[in-house]
Design a protein around this ligand. Structure first.
Ligand code: NOJ
Length: 753
């Protein structure tokens, strides 16, 4: 990634003036598609014909009720408004026939025949559920997210969906937050890479193609910073942190051409995102040149009243429109009050036309005026074999092996007996918190997957405990089956209802009596492995010591059981890495790798340093960690130069980092080579480490590969607190670490002059 328009921060800064560096506006403008004159002319023609009510109508989105057509009672308002030409979009209406029936009213019965835009949450699959997004990040392979997006876009579009509310790209440092399941990671760079890949794959090169959908970068912005990890909560954030931590994935999505952006439910330093002119208009639309539209989140406009930001709904409508919201989801404040606000001059016709034009532009780009309907005979109505294979492959690539003492895993295929115990051993609750219509289809359970893979092995299944209950009476049977088997696999975790929107937890350890089940199995003294099914990192507590092997499979999707069997048996060697730190205890949260140092960083020999008296320092498992059934060594990073000037970086020069990685073990496997930077002294304290490169490579036993990374100004610089958007690269020393986790120790040092 390169950066343009960077000026060296003046060394005179302390004398009162900075030669301010330049915002990256010109680059961002260039990255959004240039306007198509034919489309712009059609927009202007339509605007001239539209009444005020029709214009406001385009700004309204209402919610249907799944696969329902105009006959459904709940659709009455949608149908009436559509017929009157007073509705721009619907969400939660899908199905080829249902969407066509409704579209026909818009196209054939409304005065101007402007087609409706059908939006839907395709988060990690439509029919074919892929692993949840946080799991996908664990693959450290953006093509996993791209494949999900390609398949789900084709499934969705053929069912009348034009627009997905994805990708979600909220960086978070708090695993209590339920939406961590949908999020990218605790790191802006990793999240940005996935956001860009998924956006590009959803949209393709031509939005009018029958297998693509418009994407939506959400939630704008800093939603993952919710205090206490409690959903919708306050976020107070400096401009520098906003730009360095929360904004990069959105910027990457805008550069990848994302068609829409969704505002978030939180406040940003006291100003609700839905009323935030600085983020939506100054940064997104002006500094980045975003030409798409901003949709509110569900009722987000009217919620500025309970936020105590807007006096009433009319005020909320005014604030939202002025700040940059273009379309309102579900609540109708803008439509209810917009005409009177316009008449009294509180909002301008120019702003209204701008919002309408942004929405019409997408409808034209999607080809809806030419082809408003979908082919009802071509609708995909179930996962294809190819889609299932992709989902299975993805789920296996997302698995992270946290520990594997004594090589318990992979299970020997020759095992004559396996005990499969725990509440998720035969559970279909594997789809994850935001699966589409595909959640009605049965996910393959781990028991089914293992039985298919080991047809001649005696596999005994005992649930032992419920996922949430405290009843331990079933543990004895689980123990008996472990005692009678060569090896045991304990499949435990979090039901999907414990993660996702509004599903936050104050205690993120294994719910119910599941830890007791693990300890009882450990007490048998027989070999066993724990498989963790979850929507977030968990606090693994004291059972971790007793478990020889732990494999994290997240919520792995419809093919979950097959993928877990693939990994347990070693047909797939796990190569995933943690995209989020696993805390040692709840009280330690937030614990994340890309933190700043205190003036008293932890020192075991100095009492007056930053640590907890009752905990070892650092997370249980760090960001980037993940084992394999083989072993690797990563060499020291080699730089093609050990010094470079700010001027050279500014004019586009880069530093090439080469790293050798060798498979030193007995099996073929994947390693993720990771590059972290640390700026030793900066005018704004920098994270102790920041990820700036990764590459997942497959290596045969004994094989060595050299991996190269080109680091540019964008990697070495950072955003300052200047609200106008100042990105600086400063002279000084930067340590460049290479390794296979965020605790990598091999480094080279670059001098920036
Ligand atoms: C609320 C959620 O915050 C958002 O992510 C989602 O896209 C909308 N509801 C629509 O379902």
């Amino acid at each position: 990634m390169g950066t343009s328009g960077i000026t060296r921060r003046a060394v005179l800064a302390g004398m009162g003036g900075t030669i301010a560096a330049i915002a990256m506006t010109s680059k961002a403008l260039a990255s959004q598609k240039p306007a198509d004159p034919a489309i712009e002319a059609r927009i202007q023609r339509l605007l001239k014909q539209m009444t005020i009510e029709e214009k406001f109508g385009q700004l309204q989105q209402l919610s249907g009720n799944g696969d329902t057509g105009p006959g459904d009672g709940q659709m009455k308002e949608i149908v009436d408004r559509t017929r009157a030409g007073r509705l721009g979009s619907v969400l939660n209406v899908y199905g080829a026939k249902s969407s066509n029936d409704l579209q026909r009213i818009a196209v054939e019965e409304s005065r101007l025949g402007i087609p409706l835009l059908f939006g839907f949450d395709i988060i990690h699959g439509f029919w074919t559920t892929f692993p949840i997004p946080i799991a996908q990040s664990a693959s450290f392979d953006p093509s996993v997210a791209a494949r999900d997006a390609e398949i789900s876009s084709a499934e969705g579009r053929s069912n009348g969906v034009h627009w997905t509310f994805a990708p979600m790209m909220d960086v978070t440092h708090d695993p209590r937050w339920g939406r961590i399941a949908e999020s990218g990671s605790e790191d802006p760079y990793l999240t940005a890479r996935f956001a860009a890949a998924k956006t590009a794959a959803h949209q393709g090169n031509d939005l009018s193609a029958p297998d693509r959908v418009a994407a939506c970068a959400k939630h704008f912005v800093a939603y993952g910073g919710a205090e206490g990890g409690r959903d919708y909560n306050t976020v107070d954030v400096s401009e520098a942190r906003l730009r360095n931590l929360y904004l990069p994935p959105f910027k990457a999505a805008v550069e990848a051409g994302v068609a829409t952006v969704m505002a978030s439910f939180n406040t940003i330093s006291g100003v609700p995102a839905h009323g935030n002119h600085h983020t939506m208009t100054e940064i997104l639309k002006q500094q980045w040149g975003f030409t798409g539209f901003v949709v509110s989140d569900y009722n987000g406009v009217q919620e500025m009243v309970p936020h105590h930001f807007a006096e009433d709904k009319a005020d909320a409508a005014r604030l939202a429109l002025q700040a940059g919201v273009d379309m309102e989801m579900v609540s109708t404040t803008i439509n209810d009050h917009g005409p009177e606000l316009l008449a009294s001059g509180q909002i301008s016709m120019r702003r209204l036309d701008d919002a309408v034009a942004r929405i019409l532009r997408l409808k034209f780009e999607l080809g809806l005026f030419e082809q408003p309907y979908v082919d009802e005979n071509a609708a995909i109505t179930e996962p294809t074999a190819e889609a299932r294979a992709a989902a299975r492959n993805a789920a296996a690539r997302c698995a992270v092996l946290l520990k594997n003492d004594g090589g318990v895993l992979p299970l020997a295929r020759s095992a004559r007996s396996v005990a499969l115990v725990g509440p998720f051993a035969d559970s279909r609750d594997l789809h994850g918190c935001w699966s589409g219509p595909g959640k009605e289809l049965p996910a393959v359970t781990v028991l089914e997957g293992l039985r298919k893979a080991l047809p001649t092995t005696r596999i005994t299944h005992v649930q032992g405990v419920d996922p949430l209950g405290e009843d331990t009476s079933g543990i004895a049977d689980a123990v008996a089956s472990a005692e009678n088997s060569e090896v045991t696999v304990v499949v435990v975790g979090e039901p999907s209802e414990l993660s996702g929107e509004a599903n936050c937890r104050s205690d993120i350890s294994l719910p119910g009596a599941q830890a007791e089940l693990i300890k009882a199995i450990a007490a048998t003294g027989k070999p066993f492995a724990v498989v963790l099914v979850s929507g977030r990192p968990l606090v693994l507590s004291d059972w971790l010591e007793q478990a020889p092997a732990v494999l994290v499979v997240w919520h792995p999707g419809i093919e979950g059981g097959n993928a877990v069997a693939d990994v347990l048996l070693g047909s797939v060697n796990p190569g995933g890495k943690l995209p989020v730190s696993f805390p040692r205890s709840n009280g330690q949260i937030p614990v994340y790798y890309n933190h700043e140092n205190t003036g008293r960083p932890y020192d075991p020999d100095d009492e007056y340093t930053s640590y907890y008296l009752d905990l070892p320092h650092g997370p249980q498992f760090p960001f980037g960690h993940g084992l394999s059934y083989t072993t690797f060594t990563t060499g020291s990073p080699k730089l093609d130069k050990d010094r470079i000037s700010v001027q050279q970086l500014k004019s586009g020069d880069s530093v090439r980092v080469s790293v050798e990685v060798t498979n030193t073990g007995p099996r073929e496997g994947d390693e993720v080579v990771q590059i972290y930077l640390h700026d030793r002294a900066a005018s704004i304290v920098q994270p102790v480490r920041k990820l700036r490169g990764f590459q997942r490579v497959a290596l045969k036993p004994g094989e060595t590969q050299e991996v190269q990374f080109d680091l540019t100004a964008e990697d070495f610089g950072f955003w300052t607190n200047d609200p106008r958007g100042e990105f600086v690269v400063e002279p000084g020393k930067v340590d460049i670490y290479a390794g296979n986790s965020s605790t990598a120790t091999k480094k080279a040092t670059l001098s920036i002059r």
